[in-house]
Design a binder for this molecule. Structure first.
Ligand code: ZN
Length: 244
């Protein structure tokens, strides 16, 4: 068994295809998604359909919630809001119903999944420090939870030999046998913000207890053109090249 975890996809079809091709090559058996399938990008319907077609287990992100009217668009910046109004016009009723049906968290045999945090996921808080991670680590029922939301890959964990302290690492190879609990941010497939424009995803092998954060190049020009052609704010195309 091998898990492939999709970071925030954000309607970026070319990036999503590149990551799913890697999942195939890696022999991934279960696809997980930390949510935010839609928003910012210009292929929300195609991404929803593709994620569903591979049988992914998906949690609800703040953009997914906003798309179905569960989150006030005032919380979004101007570009995000404009893209979300466009998305709401494009997505079908049936696709909206699917987004609305997504759970906030998932607890599986070997891991859990959330969007921003594991505890109080419906608040869509950001984990930007070990202090932010603590409430989730305190209540996590499994050894590891995969999240996204900040679009920056980073891991907060409690090591076996120092269980009272929450540590922080940007390592891309994480050995879970050394930790009691870990909150792994897998980065973003469709809109990375760590100044690396390549699509981000994670591979988790429960047998070896190892997580790898990986990157894959994709045709950014193609996706940027799709955003410009759709009439979305050009900044949403430009930022893809910079990974911001
Ligand atoms: Zn996001």
């Amino acid at each position: 068994m091998k898990y492939g975890i999709l970071g925030d996809v954000h309607a970026n079809l070319t990036a999503l295809r590149a990551v799913l091709a890697r999942f195939d090559a890696e022999g991934v058996t279960t696809v997980l998604s930390v949510g935010d399938i839609v928003g910012y990008g210009a292929a929300p319907r195609e991404c929803i359909q593709l994620v569903r077609s591979v049988g992914a287990l998906v949690v609800k992100g703040n953009h997914d919630a906003a798309c179905v009217g569960e989150l006030d668009l005032r919380y979004f910046n101007n570009y995000a809001r404009e893209a979300m109004r466009w998305t709401q016009r494009i997505v079908s009723e049936e696709e909206c119903a699917w987004l609305a049906s997504l759970p906030f968290t998932l607890d599986l045999e070997h891991c859990s999944v959330g969007h921003g945090t594991y505890r109080r996921p419906e608040l869509f808080d950001y984990v930007q420090s070990t202090t932010d991670a603590d409430p989730s680590l305190d209540v996590l029922p499994t050894p590891v939870c995969f999240v996204g939301h900040t679009h920056v890959p980073v891991t907060c964990l409690r090591l076996r030999d120092d269980p009272l302290r929450t540590a922080y690492t940007t390592d891309t190879e994480i050995d879970l046998s050394e930790s009691l609990r870990a909150l792994v941010n897998v980065g973003s497939v469709g809109q990375p913000r760590d100044e690396d424009p390549r699509a981000a995803y994670a591979i988790f092998d429960p047998e070896t207890q190892r997580v790898r954060i990986e990157r894959v190049e994709y045709d950014i020009e193609l996706e940027a053109r799709r955003i410009r052609t759709a009439g979305l704010p050009p900044v949403l195309a430009d930022r893809l090249f910079l990974g911001v």
